[in-house]
Design a protein around this ligand. Structure first.
Ligand code: XMP
Length: 515
C-alpha cells in the first residue's frame, strides 16, 4: 500500500457485506482495504487512513467471544463509521447499551432522518428506504452522542458524536437496497473524512506496479496463466512491473474447455511476446483424480498438483521467489472465514487448496478486488475486449462440472455440451448479459428413446446466471426457443447424453457451480 494514497480502512467483523463496503468506497473514488477486526492500533496508525469503517457481523457484542476492536481504536482521533454490528461495537465500547431486540429486523425498512447536516447531507425527510439485518439494537447512546435517524422498530437508528467524528448506522448503506446508501458513504468520505478522491483503476495499476517491483527485487516470478480474465490481466500487469522477470506457465490440466490452451498460448506468445512455458499435465491430473468424488477433495488434489508442477518448473527457470495468482476477493471469502475455516463454502483451489509447505511466496494483487474491478483494470491495460468479457471459469475447471468421479469420456461429454451451449448463447446475442453459462454432467442414467431404440444415457444440466460479482446470482430466464435448440443439439451431437435439464436455482441458496 502506497502511503501517499488516501486510504479508508474497513475493519471486518464477519459480515457477508464487508468487502462490499470497501468496494463501494473504491467506486466513490477512494482506495479502500478490508482488514481483520482486531488489527492492532499501532498498525492502523502506520497505515494512516483518512477514516475507518467498522463492518457488520453476525455476533452479539455480549457473546463471550464477540469480536471487538483494539481498545485504542477510538483514541486514534480518526473519523469512524460503524455499520450495524459496527454501530453496536461503538456503543458497547464507549458506554452505551445494546439489547436483544424484541423483534429481529431483516430486510427492507424505512428510516426518518433527524439531522441532515453531515452524514445524511442531502437526505432530509421521512421514509428513506434502507436494508436492515440485525437482532440486537441500541437502547442507550454513549455519552457525547446524539441521535440522527430513527425508524419505527429502531428508535435509535443512527448516532453521531460531532466532536469526535464518530458515526454509527443500524442499517447497511453498502447494499443496493438502501436507496441513498451511496450518498451516505460519499458524505462520510468527503464531508466527514475530508478525502480528495480521484482513485481509479489507473491508480490501482500504478500502485501495484510500484509495489510488485519493490517486493520482487531481482527475483523471477512465475505466473499461473490459465487463460481466463484474471490471470491474463495479471500477466499484463506483472509484465508492466517486472518485464522479463515474469515467466508465465500454462498448465494444461486436461480439465479445460475446448480449444482453451491454444488460445491462451496464441494470445500471450504471439500478441504480447511473453515467455510462456507450456506443460501438458493432463495425465498427472487425471491420475490424481481417479475415483475421487468429493468436491473439496477434488479441489485440494488439483491445487496441490498445480503447485507441485509450478515448483518443478520454477526449479528449471532458477532464481524464482514468487508465484503470482489471479485470486479475487470472492475466492478468498468463500474459502476462508474471518475467524478460520469453519464457514468454508468451497476451497477455491488457489486459496484453500494450497499446500502448507509451499516454497514460493505468493503475489496476489487482485485479492481485494471483484471481477468487474479486474475487468476494468484489464480494459485500462488494453487487453482485447473479447477476453475481458469471457465468462469466469473455475480454477479446478471441468472437474467440478462432472459430478462425482471423473474420466476422459465424461470430460469429453461436458466439454462438447459446454461448447454447444456457448455457441448458441453467443448466436442469440446473450453472452455478454450473462455472468456465466455452463454445462454440468450428472452421474445419473435415464431412459430415453432415439430412433425407436431404448437408450439409457446420461443427463446434462445447463446453468446460466446473471450476477454482479458472483457473490449472489439469479438464474437466467433464457428464451425457451434457445433452450430448445441447445437441448436438441446436445442430444443429437453429444454421444452419451439423452436428456438435458435447466437449473432454475439462485445463489443463495445454491451456488453457481454444482460442486
Ligand atoms: P460458486 O460456485 O461458489 O462460484 O457460486 C462463484 C464463482 O467462483 C467460481 N468458482 C471458482 N473459481 N476456483 C476458482 O478459481 C474454484 O474452486 C471455484 N469454484 C467456483 C465460479 O465459477 C463462479 O464464477
Amino acid at each position: 500500500m502506497i502511503q501517499s494514497r488516501e486510504l479508508i480502512l474497513v475493519l471486518d467483523f464477519g459480515s457477508q457485506y464487508s468487502q462490499l463496503i470497501a468496494r463501494r468506497v473504491r467506486e466513490l473514488g477512494v482506495y479502500s482495504e478490508l482488514h481483520p477486526f482486531n488489527l492492532p492500533a499501532g498498525k492502523i496508525r502506520s497505515m494512516n487512513p483518512k477514516g475507518i469503517i467498522l463492518s457488520g457481523g453476525p455476533a452479539s457484542v455480549y457473546d463471550r467471544d464477540a469480536p471487538l476492536p483494539a481498545a485504542e481504536l477510538f483514541e486514534l482521533g480518526m473519523p469512524i463509521l460503524g455499520i450495524c454490528y459496527g454501530l453496536q461495537v461503538i456503543a458497547h465500547r464507549l458506554g452505551g447499551r445494546v439489547d436483544p431486540s424484541a423483534k429481529r429486523e431483516y430486510g427492507a425498512a424505512t428510516v426518518s432522518i433527524d439531522d441532515a447536516s453531515d452524514l445524511f447531507r442531502g437526505i432530509e425527510g421521512d421514509r428513506t428506504p434502507v436494508w436492515m439485518s440485525h437482532g440486537d439494537a441500541l437502547v442507550k447512546m454513549p455519552a457525547g452522542f446524539e441521535r440522527i435517524a430513527h425508524s419505527p422498530s429502531s428508535p435509535i437508528c443512527a448516532i453521531r458524536n460531532k466532536e469526535r467524528q464518530i458515526f454509527g448506522v443500524q442499517f447497511h448503506p453498502e447494499v443496493a437496497h438502501t436507496a441513498r446508501g451511496k450518498e451516505i458513504l460519499r458524505n462520510f468520505l468527503y464531508s466527514v473524512c475530508g478525502c480528495q478522491g480521484g482513485w481509479n483503476a489507473g491508480s490501482f495499476v500504478e500502485d501495484k506496479t510500484g509495489e510488485i517491483r519493490a517486493e520482487v527485487g531481482i527475483q523471477n516470478v512465475i505466473c499461473a496463466l490459465s487463460g481466463g480474465v484474471d490471470s491474463s490481466v495479471l500477466a499484463v500487469l506483472l509484465h508492466r512491473a517486472i518485464k522479463d522477470q515474469l515467466r508465465c506457465i500454462h498448465i494444461n490440466n486436461g480439465l479445460m474447455r475446448k480449444g482453451e490452451s491454444d488460445s491462451v498460448l496464441q494470445l500471450h506468445r504471439e500478441r504480447y511476446h511473453f515467455n510462456v512455458a507450456y506443460v501438458d499435465a493432463t495425465e498427472t491430473f487425471l491420475a490424481g483424480l481417479q475415483g475421487i468424488t468429493d468436491p473439496e477433495q477434488k479441489r485440494k488434489i488439483i491445487g496441490r498438483t498445480f503447485i507441485e508442477i509450478f515448483e518443478q518448473e520454477a526449479r528449471k527457470i532458477g532464481n524464482v521467489g514468487y508465484l503470482a495468482q489471479g485470486t479475487l476477493y470472492p475466492d478468498v471469502i468463500e474459502s476462508t472465514s474471518f475467524r478460520g475455516p469453519s464457514h468454508t463454502i468451497k476451497s477455491h483451489h488457489n486459496v484453500g487448496g494450497l499446500p502448507e509447505t509451499m516454497h514460493l511466496k505468493l503475489i496476489e494483487p487482485f485479492r481485494e478486488l471483484f471481477k468487474d474491478e479486474v475487468r476494468e483494470v484489464g480494459r485500462l491495460l488494453g487487453l482485447p475486449a473479447e477476453l475481458i468479457g469471457r465468462h469466469p471459469f473455475p480454477g479446478p475447471g471441468l472437474a467440478v462440472r462432472v459430478i462425482g468421479s471423473i474420466g476422459p469420456e465424461k470430460l469429453q461429454i461436458v466439454r462438447a455440451a459446454d461448447q454447444v451451449f456457448e455457441e448458441e448463447i453467443r448466436k442469440a446475442g446473450l453472452y455478454d448479459s450473462l455472468w456465466q453459462a455452463l454445462a454440468v454432467l450428472l452421474p445419473v442414467h435415464t431412459v430415453g428413446v432415439m430412433g425407436d431404440q431404448r437408450t439409457y444415457d446420461q443427463v446434462v444440466a445447463l446453468r446460466a446466471v446473471t450476477s454482479l460479482d458472483g457473490m449472489t446470482a439469479d438464474w437466467a430466464q433464457l428464451p425457451p426457443g434457445l433452450l430448445a435448440t441447445v437441448s436438441t443439439r446436445i442430444v443429437n451431437e453429444v454421444r452419451g447424453v439423452n436428456r438435458v435439464v435447466y437449473d432454475i436455482s439462485s445463489k443463495p441458496p445454491s451456488t453457481i457451480e454444482w460442486e
